[in-house]
Design a protein. Structure first.
Length: 258
């Protein structure tokens, strides 16, 4: 089945930021509790060490994703690691909560466009669960911007266009209902819009299924790389690996050593 770029509520400018934040909070909580990114620790840590500067610039951070748990694992290998969270729609409460959990986190309160990252923002670029939000033209811009600025980039997606992945998203409202009381920081609005007016579980359901349908396959990510100007300046690695009962698809691009 080809990639289908339906709309996600989270992407819409008119969608209330309050509700958007509740959705990204849920994704952050789930990613951290399940240690979703454990399989990529050796891949990412090796790439960061090759980069020579222990600094991650995370793009499209949402609520911080699974970076709290991933950070704990990376610090065992890279003790002086620094991570800066950014987003086009920054979830500042979630960013502040993430920073409270570990003092090597920083965040930017102003919007940052992954397609046109300011030259002043250096670091090893990462994206977790966000690349599928971009249409092919925009996804290409993200990669081209990394190449043009000679910045390494690693993109990770924890879903794909498959029946098991879509089924997992269909059952996501149950996860929302079960986990909401434990998500921090506690917000009364999250309780109201989960249980009394169940907007959060419904929009998480829709956006989850659409995320699977939007996700670039390994071949499609390779097709994007093939279109890049001066792609030969980078070494590229694009793979699909297992993560517990699920999968992670990743794209890694690193400037070639001189």
């Amino acid at each position: 089945m080809g990639r289908i770029h339906l709309f996600e509520f989270e992407d819409q400018k008119w969608f209330p930021s309050l509700l958007r934040d509740y959705g990204t909070d849920f994704l952050q909580f789930l990613s951290n509790k399940t240690n979703l990114y454990q399989p990529i620790v050796p891949i990412l840590s090796e790439a960061i060490n090759d980069y020579g500067t222990p600094k991650i610039l995370d793009l499209g951070s949402g609520g911080g994703g699974g970076l709290i748990r991933l950070n704990q694992e990376l610090l065992k290998i890279i003790p002086d690691l620094k991570i800066t969270l950014t987003d086009y729609y920054p979830n500042l409460r979630a960013f502040a909560y993430t920073k409270e959990k570990a003092n090597n986190f920083e965040y930017l309160s102003e919007p940052v466009d992954a397609r046109d990252v300011p030259d002043t923002l250096g670091g090893f670029r990462t994206q977790f669960l966000s690349f599928h939000h971009f249409k092919a033209k925009d996804a290409l811009q993200i990669l081209q911007n990394a190449v043009d600025s000679n910045s390494p980039i690693a993109i990770f997606e924890a879903q794909e266009r498959s029946v098991p992945s879509i089924l997992a998203m269909v059952f996501s409202p149950i996860s929302v209902l079960l986990t909401t009381p434990f998500i921090r920081p506690f917000k009364l609005g999250r309780i109201i819009f989960t249980y009394l007016i169940p907007i959060v579980p419904l929009f998480v359901l829709w956006d989850g299924v659409v995320s699977s349908l939007r996700t670039y396959s390994v071949k499609e990510m390779q097709d994007l790389v093939d279109q890049l100007h001066q792609k030969e300046k980078f070494d590229w690695e694009i793979k699909r690996i297992k993560s517990g009962p699920g999968v992670i698809l990743y794209l890694l691009g690193k400037p070639k050593r001189q």
